[in-house]
Structures are given as C-alpha cells and as structure tokens.
Design a protein around this ligand. Sequence first.
Ligand SMILES: Cc1cc2nc3c(=O)[nH]c(=O)nc-3n(C[C@H](O)[C@H](O)[C@H](O)COP(=O)(O)OP(=O)(O)OC[C@H]3O[C@@H](n4cnc5c(N)ncnc54)[C@H](O)[C@@H]3O)c2cc1C
Length: 483
Amino acid sequence: MKEKYDLIMAGTSFASTFFLKKYLEKAPSTAKVLVLERGKMLSHAQRLSFAREQKYGLNSFISSLSQQNPTFDNTRSSKPWIFDPNFGGSSNCWTGCTPRFMPNDFKLRSVYGIGKDWPLSYAQLEPFYCEAEELMQISGPSQTPYPMSRKYPLPAHALSTTDKIMQEHYGPLYISQPTARASRATGNRGTCCTTSICHLCPVNAKFTIENTFLHLYSDPRVNIQYESQVYALDLNNDKVNAVHYTAQNKERKAEGEVVALGTNAIFNSHILLNSGDSHPLTGKGLSEQVGIYAYVYLGHGMDNVGGSSTITANGFMWYDGPHRKERAACIIENHNDPFIRNERGRWRQMMKLKFVFEDLPQNDNLVSVSESDKLIPSAEYKTHSAYTQRGIDFLHANIEKLFSFLPVEKIDLDDFNQPTEAHILGTVRMGKTIKDGVVDHKLSHHQYRNLFVLGGSSFPAITPSNPTLTISALSLRAAELSF
Ligand SMILES: Cc1cc2nc3c(=O)[nH]c(=O)nc-3n(C[C@H](O)[C@H](O)[C@H](O)COP(=O)(O)OP(=O)(O)OC[C@H]3O[C@@H](n4cnc5c(N)ncnc54)[C@H](O)[C@@H]3O)c2cc1C
C-alpha cells in the first residue's frame, strides 16, 4: 500500500521542529504528517547515565562526533564537521549561544559591496526572531546592538568582573550573551549551573528539542519513524512527489503534498544531489565561521571572576561597520569555563576570549555524492576566504587596542584557528532568483515549489553570530508563509 501524507519532514532538530511547530498550529485536524528521523530517541536521562559510565568529557565527545562519524565521508579534507544524528539533532549537544544577526548581515552586497545579500531583510525576520526567542526562553540583556521589538523573555546572565569594565567602556557593543542557557528555571528546564558542561547540560537548563517540543511528535496528526534515513526525492518538472528512505534495511517510499528537509547542510544538499537536482549551486559553499582564542593576562590584582554562564558576554566592537568592505566582521565571546593562569595567587587574573569571524561561501568547498554508496555524502573543504583571512590578520596586528584601558601585562593569541565552530552552513543557498540561489526567501526550492530546504544550508553569507536562532526563526517564517 502506498503511504500518502500532507507533509513529509526529514530530521527532528531546530530546522524541522520549528517548521513543524508552526505547521501544526495552522494545519487542519485531519492533516497527516510523516516525520523521518535517521537516528534514535536517546533521552537526556539516558545520555546522562551513559556519560557517567563513560566519563564523557567534551573532548572525547567531540572526537566521537567527528572522527568516528560513519554518516558521511570526510576523507578528502581534514576539517571536522560535528553534529548529533539522533532525535533532536545537535540541540542535544549545542552550547546555546543565541545572538541575533545584525541588520546589515542581510545586505552585505548592497551596503559593503561584498558577498551576497539575503533575499529577506532583518525587519522581515524580526517577528520570527521574537517568536523563536520566546519558544526557547532566551536569557538576554535589555540593550542590544540590534533592534528588538520585544524584550528577551528571561533576565540576562550576570557579567564577570572584567565584562563589567568592558561594558562600561563599550556600552551596548558589549553585552551579556543572549543564550538558551536559562538564567532561571523555566518549563522543564533548570537554572544554568555554570559548570560549562553544556554539551550535556547536567541540569537540563539549555533549550533542547526534547525538553521543550517532544509533545509535538505525539500530536495525533504526526507519525514519527526512527532509524529512517531519507536519501532521495522524486523530482518531476516543478514538484517533488515522493521521498525515498531506508528503514530496517529496506527501501521505502512515501508520497507527500509538501516535503521539508531539515537534515543539516551536509545531508540536505546530498539528498538533492542524489535526486538529480542540477542547480549549479546545490552542494556548493560548505562553510562556517573561523574562531581563534586569545588569553589576556591582567595586572594590578584584577581578577576575572563571577559571571553566571559558560560564555558571559558578546562583544560587537569589530562586528558591523565600513571595515566590512575590506575584511571580515568578528564577534567576540568572553569564556568562563574552568581555566586558570598558571601563576600562584594570580589564578584568575586572565581573560579567555574567542574571536569568531564571518566567511563568504567558496564554491570549491562542497558536498558531493559518493560513487560507492548512495547513503553516504562526501564532504570536501579546502579553506576559508581571503576576506576572512584579512579579518584574522587585522586581529593579530591590533588586538591590544581593544584592551587599552585595562591593566594588561600580555596577550597570547593562538597562532592556529580552531578546527571547527560546530556550524554547518551554505550548501543550498538562498537567492532572490533561481540564478542567485537554490531556495527563495521562504526556503522553498526555486524550481520544486512544494519542497522546503530548511536550516543553515540556506545561508548565502556566513555571519559571525551563531546560526541556530536564525535557523529557527527562518523555519517558523517558512511554515507561516506556506499556508
Ligand atoms: C558541540 C556543538 C555546539 C554548538 N553550539 C552552538 C551554539 O552555541 N549556538 C548556535 O547557534 N549553534 C550551535 N551549534 C550548532 C547547532 O547545533 C546547529 O546549527 C543546529 O543544530 C542545526 O540544526 P538543524 O536542524 O539544521 O540540523 P541538526 O541539528 O544537525 O539536525 C539534523 C537532524 O536531521 C536528522 N537527519 C540527518 N540526516 C537525515 C536523513 N538523511 N534522513 C532523516 N533524518 C536525517 C538528524 O538525525 C537530526 O535529527 C553547536 C553544534 C555543536 C555540535
């Protein structure tokens, strides 16, 4: 018997679940939804008990996600791409940093003559930012460098002692980090414990799909199938008619009026390529931001203590401005995880900061189909853009200037970039027309109009800010506009 649905959705993380949330609000009680999730349901409790047995530290966790990940072939590059291929995806292991993008991030080309404009504006996304922040119960400050029509739902996390001085100097360009790590208990979530074990929050304080949206998957209209991997679509003229997937080692097919892929930028593009999507940009532009750590050694007995979360603040001093005509924008994070200065009596007279640079997607960083196995995409990444490198070079030459008003003894800036920021972006980019991008402003494929390709694969430019709040807001908007 043929399976037929009003909506078939692949994946159960941010991109899919925020779409589903809005879809179920709007859809009639007779709607039939099939959700295909390649992984299993591993509850927070199961993950905690597994972690206790395994002594599951962050490093072993990251290497388990990157080196032994059999879901894709990364042999042609050394760059790790990390994610959790199970129910709730990387919401299980994300850190929960959620600054918004800046209005000019959406119009890089028209304002700075660089990269690409997004086919939608900050103002068009703004109501959905508010909704996503409400749903995730974001903690954040009352003053931000970007405009907000609604306050953050939870109070800001406390700044550290050095953050307070930085904020006095830089005003609204230096703020308590907006975050999904709750500053006070909300819903099923506890208050952030500041232990910095965010990849598996011990007190379930950060937003996850499981702790907030599990109920959506038991809606009577929804049929969720686990261990079901989507690998191709039937594309006909301007429509997608059916989804091909494997379950219990059998090949299966389901027909859908609307299909939404939320499987992240590696698999979204792979599924399209496997299906014969011949758009020249499909699979191209695999990218993310580039991060570098700096250690600022403080003098005059100045301790960097306090702060109520793992990353206490975001600095926007080198984010937006005319420098973006020449070099990449940068967001700054003040890290509060357990680190010490290796000097008796001066343990905390240090700041640990991360500088995270935007990138412009390069077409030779890409996802392709592998010759031997239709279930396994191949990822290839050469390097970041020259534009990003100019931003990094500027940091090396000018970092002291940012702290000129503090008693700084020395600054150690890593001479290597972090291997990954854990973001996977840019392989099914959006554009105003089919020439500019694979999907449009509502993440609907320019050619196959009943197909939504959700998530960070759609980003035409790789902003410095963490992507997931924006991924979620875009999915809410896509579902809203689909009715
Ligand atoms: C350690 C870590 C820390 C992070 N910290 C932050 C942060 O602080 N802030 C931030 O903004 N972002 C952060 N991120 C990134 C963030 O987690 C991702 O941007 C976000 O999870 C992307 O959501 P998504 O729904 O697009 O994809 P994913 O979370 O990757 O989920 C994809 C879903 O699709 C399923 N799936 C995949 N392939 C198939 C298939 N073929 N068929 C069916 N199902 C499939 C997966 O099992 C999963 O459910 C972090 C990521 C990691 C790994």
